[in-house]
Design a protein around this ligand. Structure first.
Ligand SMILES: Cc1cc2nc3c(=O)[nH]c(=O)nc-3n(C[C@H](O)[C@H](O)[C@H](O)COP(=O)(O)OP(=O)(O)OC[C@H]3O[C@@H](n4cnc5c(N)ncnc54)[C@H](O)[C@@H]3O)c2cc1C
Length: 447
């Protein structure tokens, strides 16, 4: 590769804050709200034009699809997301659980409101590009925006970028599976013009189940209903209308009374790295092509979709897995599956796993505790990492990446960062009793 030397220059300090959160998905939103509620100055920066991460950008509305009668739920800001969406009139049933969906556009307004009510200082259209450090402590972040390159100085930084962008730039140890082992990326889309009654009648006669697509379950999941469609794509492939290995199946989610399928997750592309620019570009364009093929197949082979049309694409490619930090504790699949307990627990999460073909649904009330240590990079102080890039092995990621679990790590990181500022100790030495006490006050279940 050819290199040039970029001339060094002074850049303006655009802001100073106690806690800076970079990225505003389920983890970042929860981190910023939790930190602000502890009474410290909190700033949230997001590279796109809305908060919400995958929920608003990739239209992933199914935050609670695991929830059944026996589920023991994490409590905290994630449940507030659902309650607030209900208040906004965005309530629609998720088809395979006792939960409701968070519709993408409604959730944009919900998160605007929650961020404003919490008194968070915020910037949209602002990309965190570099970490500022003194010795082994992070001291802020360099951002790029239409205003150019600027610095935000912060006593504590929480990386909620999904890709551990800031931790990686700060020099924290990160790992990333090779392309062929990473989870797939998706272009989500929605359709209008669906005959809801006709489609639901077809589903009633041809119900999908989890056993159709999961390669490993705990047994009890096999016959649970799943809104997973294979038939239209199999027929289109048979008839040479879809290439082999493309669109092997996919999910429908909620349907409006006016015939809109708001979130169709039917494009799943493997072998791509969400931190590689060429892969991202390819995936956006290829994903749209595949979505159009999916709509053709739905129109031709799915009763109720005969007159369906493209309604919307997610505003960004949806990504599931890339870098993860190597933290003070690395969570294991065994811990997740065996109701692990930790002295530094910052919350709980039901035994819900979904990734790499492994699916366990929390129908039995089992849950595990989420340790603070998975958010603490080994080398860099005053930096915490929440969301899907926390520290853990492949199978633990099948649980930790779930949006509701990302709200647990987000809220835990937000409170821990704020408590460490108030107590005047670095995040690596924060008093976990103080953190747990503050979390409980915020309504979080610790054990
Ligand atoms: C198609 C699809 C379907 C899924 N289905 C489900 C499901 O049904 N249930 C479930 O629980 N999970 C599901 N997931 C997984 C889930 O969406 C993610 O694991 C979760 O959203 C991760 O949350 P996060 O906060 O870590 O990151 P994200 O939601 O990815 O949010 C990261 C945010 O940070 C911003 N950002 C990134 N880099 C920077 C930067 N350098 N500077 C500033 N901002 C930055 C992004 O724009 C984004 O807003 C799905 C994922 C996909 C793609």
């Amino acid at each position: 590769m050819k290199y040039i030397q970029e001339p060094s220059k002074k850049i303006p300090v655009m802001a100073e804050t106690d806690v800076l959160v970079v990225g505003s998905g389920p983890s970042g939103l929860s981190a910023a709200i939790a930190s602000a509620r502890e009474g410290v100055d909190t700033m949230l920066v997001e590279r796109y034009g809305c908060f919400g991460g995958n929920i608003t950008q990739a239209m992933v509305e199914s935050i609670g699809w695991y929830r059944h009668e026996g589920t023991v739920e994490s409590e905290g800001i994630g449940l507030e997301f659902e309650a607030q969406t209900r208040q906004f009139g965005g309530e629609r049933k998720e088809p395979q659980s006792i939960s409701q969906v968070l519709e993408a556009d409604i959730f944009k307004c919900v998160s605007d409101k929650m961020v404003e009510e919490a008194g968070i200082y915020k910037f949209l259209h602002c990309l965190g590009v570099e970490a500022l450090s003194e010795g082994d402590r992070i001291t802020g972040v360099i951002t790029e925006s239409k205003e150019g390159r600027q610095a935000i100085l912060a006593k504590r930084v929480i990386d909620c970028t999904g890709d551990a962008d800031i931790a990686f730039r700060a020099g924290a140890a990160c790992n990333k599976a090779p392309r062929n082992k990473l989870e797939g990326v998706s272009v989500s889309f929605g359709c209008s013009g669906v005959n809801r009654d006709r489609f639901l009648e077809y589903i009633k006669k041809n119900p999908g189940n989890l056993g159709q697509w999961a390669s490993q379950t705990a047994g009890k999941e096999e016959n649970l209903f799943s809104p997973y469609l294979c038939e239209p794509f199999a027929k289109a492939r048979q008839n040479g209308e879809i290439p082999e290995n493309v669109l092997t199946g996919g999910y429908w989610s909620s349907l409006t009374d006016t015939g809109e399928a708001t979130y169709l997750n039917m494009v799943y592309m493997l072998g791509l790295d969400p931190t590689d620019l060429k892969d991202l570009t390819f995936a956006e364009i290829e994903g749209r092509k595949q979505a159009m093929l999916a709509i053709k197949a739905l129109r031709k082979y799915t009763p109720g979709f005969e007159n369906a049309r493209l309604r919307t694409f997610g505003s960004s490619l949806g990504t599931r897995e890339s870098r993860k930090i190597e933290g003070r504790h690395s969570m294991t699949g065994d811990e997740v599956k065996n109701q692990a307990k930790f002295e530094d627990s910052i919350g709980i999460f039901p035994e819900f796993l979904d990734a790499y073909g492994v699916v366990i649904i929390p129908t039995t009330g089992r849950y595990f505790q989420v340790p603070y240590g998975i958010m603490v990079p080994k080398e860099i102080d005053n930096l915490l990492v929440a969301g899907r890039c926390v520290s853990g092995d492949r199978i633990s990621h099948a649980a930790l990446r779930q949006m509701m679990c990302c709200t647990v790590t987000g809220q835990g990181a937000g409170v821990a960062a704020a408590v460490s500022v108030k107590d005047g100790v670095p995040t690596g030495e924060v008093n976990i009793d103080h953190v747990q006490k503050a979390l409980k006050k915020q309504g979080v279940r610790i054990n």
